[in-house]
Ligand binder design. Structure first.
Ligand code: NAD
Length: 469
């Protein structure tokens, strides 16, 4: 394409994006998305979509990621259904203004915090859980009464096109739109004025999103990633700990999950036992030849396969693989891989791994792990395995992370009463359950006064006598 053709295409995309937003603004201005009835009917339809099309969704996830059906159902479809059901059940309550106390200065009066929809919002999602990460924020946006554009990831094209093709049959197309596309389409969308942008993905693109939002003073939620550590003490049930680490790593999209364990820290003394048990349990789960298992997702594409290969080919980790490490470029698969005692300045320890490789660092005392974790950027999740109460308390107090799970991995994400989101480099803002409703609402402060209690001291002339009152 010539430069002029590229510019014309970009202008057409911006024009198209602005027309789509215009239509959504008109729908929002009509007031229809504000009603309880509209919100509930949309949430019920979204629930119906995920029930009726369960098989299609699983097929799309298989096509995009070879995602095992069990993972597709439990980690994506069931979680979305739960979000819809909770929002439908709680919506009246969430929408009800919260009465709050007033102060003597306003006596007599009453006050309330009234949640109101923000307007027209943009949701940009990632490819690794392409169904859940696209539609879970949509649940919050609809529950809060907004009009929505969803821009799913082009890296998971089957799930993206399934949503683009079918959602219009279930959701009000004048208020909820799916717009597919990659960088140029997303850039055109980002030029528009939104009332909120909810972005899930890498920190690199998160910075682009935030810069674009700043031009319009648009608030953002950034759901990013990071290196989530697992600290393993020796006072544990070793087999259960290893099973839970494996389940959170390879059992979550083969490590391509934002809260998957990124690396382990344990003591030098305990490391051999830990490695041995991890190996045993990996073999129990995925067999002697994990390259052939159907229970692992594949690496999403050749670029990510090359990125992960680079982490393994780094000279600094040469000879550090203690398990796995087999690669098949045609299958886009790398077997579950453990690396022991990798240097902290190796690529695998300085980049988010987002794949089936798990390095293990060793320290003299388990408490030394705190310094290792805190020397990096703040992770999205941090995990600790121990029976030691003092260590648990120290970990919760000293480790800054989006979320923490003690004696498990990833499951805190399923607790809808907990906010899900990052801190520092792992993101800002949160969602899930009521937090999703809040993420897409403005909390309007409302004071109600009558004409009684009109204290003269607030009015001029400002005499000294009035100050003494
Ligand atoms: P990504 O940032 O490459 O892409 C995310 C979205 O941004 C996609 O929709 C993509 O089309 C769009 N995009 C890509 N480049 C763009 C550009 N230059 N301008 C505008 N838009 C652009 O992220 P990814 O590779 O899809 O996801 C992996 C990252 O996301 C990891 O860091 C992971 O930890 C993180 N993640 C976080 C969560 C969470 O909930 N916190 C969930 C999943 C993934």
């Amino acid at each position: 394409m010539s430069d002029t053709e590229t510019e014309t295409k970009a202008e057409a995309e911006v024009y198209d994006a602005s027309m789509q937003v215009k239509e959504l603004r008109e729908s929002f201005a009509s007031g229809k998305t504000r009603s309880y009835k509209w919100r509930v009917s949309q949430l019920e339809s979204l629930l119906k979509f995920s029930v009726v099309h369960e098989e299609d969704i699983c097929d799309a996830l298989r096509s995009d990621l070879s995602k095992p059906v069990m993972e597709a159902i439990i980690h994506e479809i069931a979680l979305l259904k739960n979000s819809c059901k909770l929002a439908i059940k709680e919506l009246r309550h969430w929408m009800t203004p919260e009465k709050v106390k007033t102060s003597i200065t306003t006596f007599p009066s009453s006050a309330a915090i009234v949640p109101e929809p923000l307007g027209v919002v943009l949701i940009i999602s990632a490819w690794n859980y392409p169904f859940l990460l696209s539609l879970d924020p949509v649940v919050g946006a609809i529950a809060a009464g907004n009009a929505v554009v969803l821009k799913p990831s082009e890296i998971s094209p089957a799930t993206s096109s399934l949503m683009a093709k079918l959602l219009g049959k279930y959701l009000d197309p004048s208020a909820v739109k799916v717009i597919e596309g990659a960088t140029s389409e997303t850039s055109a969308l980002l030029e528009q004025k939104w009332d909120k942008i909810f972005y899930t993905g890498s920190g690199r693109v998160g910075r682009i999103v935030m810069a674009a939002a700043a031009k319009h003073l648009t608030p953002v939620v950034l759901e990013l990633g990071g290196k989530s550590p697992v600290v393993v003490d020796s006072q544990i049930n070793l087999q259960v700990a290893c099973r839970r680490i494996i389940s959170g790593k390879w059992g979550c999209n083969n490590g391509q999950a934002c809260i998957a364990p990124d690396y382990i820290i344990t003591t030098k003394e305990f490391a051999p036992k830990l490695v041995e048990t991890l190996k045993q349990e990996l073999e129990r789960f995925y067999g002697k030849n994990p390259m052939e298992t159907k229970d692992l997702s594949r690496i999403v594409n050749a670029n990510h396969f090359a990125r992960l290969s680079k982490l393994l080919d780094d000279d600094k980790v040469s000879g550090k693989i203690v398990h796995g490490g087999e690669r098949d470029k045609t299958k886009l698969q790398i077997t579950p891989t453990l690396l022991l005692d990798v240097p902290r300045d190796s690529l695998i320890m300085t980049e988010e791994i987002f794949g089936p490789l798990l390095p293990i660092l060793t320290v003299d005392k388990v408490e030394d792990s705190f310094e290792v974790v805190n020397s990096g950027t703040k992770p999205l999740a941090a995990y600790l395995f121990t029976n030691n109460k003092r260590l648990k308390d120290q970990f919760v107090a000293c480790i800054s992370a989006g979320g923490v799970a003690i004696n498990d991995t990833t499951l805190h994400l399923t607790v809808s009463t907990l906010p899900f989101g990052g801190v520092g480099d792992s993101g800002m803002g949160s969602y899930h359950g009521k937090f999703s409703f809040d993420a897409f609402s403005h909390k309007k402060a409302v004071l109600y006064r009558s004409f009684a209690g009109d204290a003269p001291m607030r009015y001029p002339p400002y005499t000294k006598g009035k100050l003494r009152i």
